[in-house]
Design a protein. Sequence first.
Length: 267
Amino acid sequence: MRKIEFAEGEYYHVYNRGVEKRDVFMSEADRWRFQVLLYLLNGTKPIVFRDVKSAPLYKVEKGDPRVAIGAYCLMSNHFHLLLREVKEGGISEFMQKLTTAYTMHFNKKNSRVGSLFQGTFKAEHVDKDEYLKYLYAYIHLNPVKLIDPGWKENGIRDREAAKAYLEKYRWSSYPDYLGRSREESAILNPSAFPEYFTEPGDFEAYVDDWLMFKQENEEAWGNPPPESPKRGFAIEDGDLDDPDREPVGAFGKEFKEVLRPDAVSRQ
């Protein structure tokens, strides 16, 4: 039984992983399929995939959106979405259609049957402004672990290499927030989210700030640092298994909600 109720106008971090932690995206074609479904299934108009698969996304009429998508990232065995409920029941309807359609595609392609994802999708209510902004960094920094698995615990080894990798990683909305012109930008509904990044370079600088979090604080405060001047929330991979687990620090340190006095509650 899900402990949170979705409400119109509210923001949610939605995520899930493969059953038994298996890979759910085994090729670029799989990632492309899921990415396209993020757009095609976010609407009230029925879509037959074979009728539109060769058309540019922005030219496909899909009706009114069920949710607003603020950010996303696809990893080999899991995905992250930042969503806003824009119609009653929209998130549940969208996620049911998305995971069912992708599972049918994956099972047919790989001659398998049964569930692909680990139970019902997980969701966290994003009820504080600082938490919402932080998720733009958390979600988009996921691919860094593919080239530097221990970066959160040990600090980033090569900052420029990590940034270059993120820029080339097609399976997230990171390139869209850098201002790259690409078809996949149609997936996002940025106007439904706060304007955190209003000037060119704001988004990249914010994500880079979190990328360098450990190194900067150890240099300033020693190891481990005291209460960090950069405060926020994090959801670690373990939370994909247990949606009721308390969030843990971005670099493995347990913590409870720590907010600046000026942090704005979204409740």
